[in-house]
Design a protein around this ligand. Structure first.
Ligand code: ZN
Length: 70
């Protein structure tokens, strides 16, 4: 009998985010971070558009709760 090889991938979730509409800017923010219905980019002030981003669950978790160094 041999061991099964299990590749553990961190679970990911698809999050609603806002990305900067400017081609020269990589700015984006989480939907729960936006300060307005139509947020502007915190980096360049450009308008932002709705998008989706796949992030590891852990990272998502740290976004909605305080970051802990553990
Ligand atoms: Zn921007």
């Amino acid at each position: 009998m041999r061991f099964q090889q299990q590749v553990e991938k961190p679970p990911e979730v698809s999050l609603k985010i806002w990305t900067c509409d400017s081609d020269e800017c990589n700015g984006w923010m989480r939907d729960n971070f936006k300060s307005d219905e139509k947020p502007n980019c915190p980096l360049c002030g450009h308008a932002m558009i709705e998008d989706e981003k796949t992030l590891p669950v852990l990272e998502n978790f740290s976004a909605v709760s305080l970051k802990k160094n553990k």
